[in-house]
Design a protein around this ligand. Structure first.
Ligand code: AP5
Ligand code: ZN
Length: 213
C-alpha cells in the first residue's frame, strides 16, 4: 500500500505510523524526522532547514521534494510506503504525483487525522521523543516505563525544540493555510479517509485498520 498521513501537529501521525508500518511492512518516511536528523548532523540540508523549523514554518518545497525523491528509491520502499508529514503544500502534492507517475505507481489512501486545534497544545507540550528511532511518548497519555527513558533502548528521551505553545501557534497557522488545501486536492481524487484523531490511540489504530482492510 502507498499511504499519506496528513493532520496538524500532535494529531498522532507519528504515533500510528510504526503500527501501520509493522502490520503492512511498509517503509515510513517522515520528513520532520529526516529534517531533524539533518539539523542534528549539521548537514547542508540541516543548515538550510533549521531556522524555518524552529519558527514553526515550513521549509522550502524543493528541499523536502528532494529528500522524498531520494528516499523513494530505497529498496524497502518499493512495495509500499507511509508518507508522514509530506506532502504539506499543493506544490509538494503535484510534485509527488509526478515522482510516482515516473515510477508507474499511485497513492492508495490519504489518512486525514482530523482533530480540533484546542486539544493539541496539551499533546505537544507533554511529548517526549527518542530521536534515534522516532518513538514518541507523552507524560500523561503514553508515559514511558521509566520517566525520561526510552522503553526499548534505555536511552534518554528529549523534547523537540518546536514543541512549545508559542511555536505551535505558527505550526497550526502553516497547517491551516498551506496543508488543508492538500486535503482538498486528494478529496477530489476520492482517496481521503477521515479519522477521529481526538480518540485514544488504540481507537485511532482500529479506525486505521478498518480503512485499510
Ligand atoms: P513534523 O515533524 O512533521 O511535525 P508536525 O507535523 O508538526 O507533526 P508532529 O510530529 O508534531 O505530530 P504527530 O502527528 O506526529 O504527533 P505524535 O503522533 O507525535 O514537522 C516538523 C517541522 O519540519 C515542520 O514544522 C516544518 O518546519 C518541517 N517540515 C516537515 N515536513 C515538511 C514538509 N513536507 N514541507 C515543509 N516543511 C516540513 O503525537 C503527539 C503527542 O501526542 C505524543 O506525545 C503522543 O504520545 C501523543 N498522542 C498521539 N496520539 C494520541 C492520542 N490518540 N491520544 C492522546 N495522546 C496522543
Ligand atoms: Zn510526527
Amino acid at each position: 500500500k502507498r499511504l499519506i498521513l496528513v493532520g496538524p501537529p500532535g494529531s498522532g501521525k507519528g504515533t500510528q505510523s510504526p503500527i501501520i508500518k509493522d502490520e503492512y511492512c511498509l517503509c515510513h518516511l517522515a520528513t520532520g524526522d529526516m529534517l531533524r536528523a539533518a539539523v542534528a548532523a549539521k548537514s547542508p540540508l540541516g543548515v538550510k532547514a533549521k531556522e524555518a523549523m524552529e519558527k514553526g514554518q515550513l521549509v522550502s518545497d524543493d528541499l523536502v521534494v528532494g529528500i522524498i525523491n531520494e528516499a523513494l528509491e530505497k529498496p524497502s520502499c518499493q512495495k509500499g510506503f507511509i508518507l508522514d508529514g509530506f506532502p504539506r503544500t499543493v506544490v509538494q502534492a503535484e510534485k509527488l504525483d509526478e515522482m510516482l507517475k515516473r515510477r508507474g505507481v499511485k497513492v492508495d489512501k490519504v489518512l486525514n487525522f482530523a482533530i480540533d486545534d484546542a486539544i493539541l497544545e496539551e499533546r505537544i507540550t507533554g511529548r517526549w521523543i527518542h530521536p534515534a528511532s522516532g518513538r514518541s511518548y507523552h507524560t500523561k497519555f503514553a508515559p514511558p516505563k521509566v520517566p525520561g527513558i526510552d522503553d526499548v533502548t534505555g536511552e534518554a528521551l528529549v523534547q523537540r525544540k518546536d514543541d512549545t505553545a508559542a511555536v505551535l501557534k505558527s505550526r497550526l497557522e502553516a497547517f491551516h493555510k498551506q496543508t488543508e488545501p492538500v486535503i482538498d486536492y486528494y478529496s477530489k481524487k476520492r482517496i481521503v479517509a477521515n479519522l477521529h484523531a481526538e480518540k485514544p490511540p488504540k481507537e485511532v489504530t482500529a479506525e486505521v485498520q478498518k480503512v485499510l482492510s
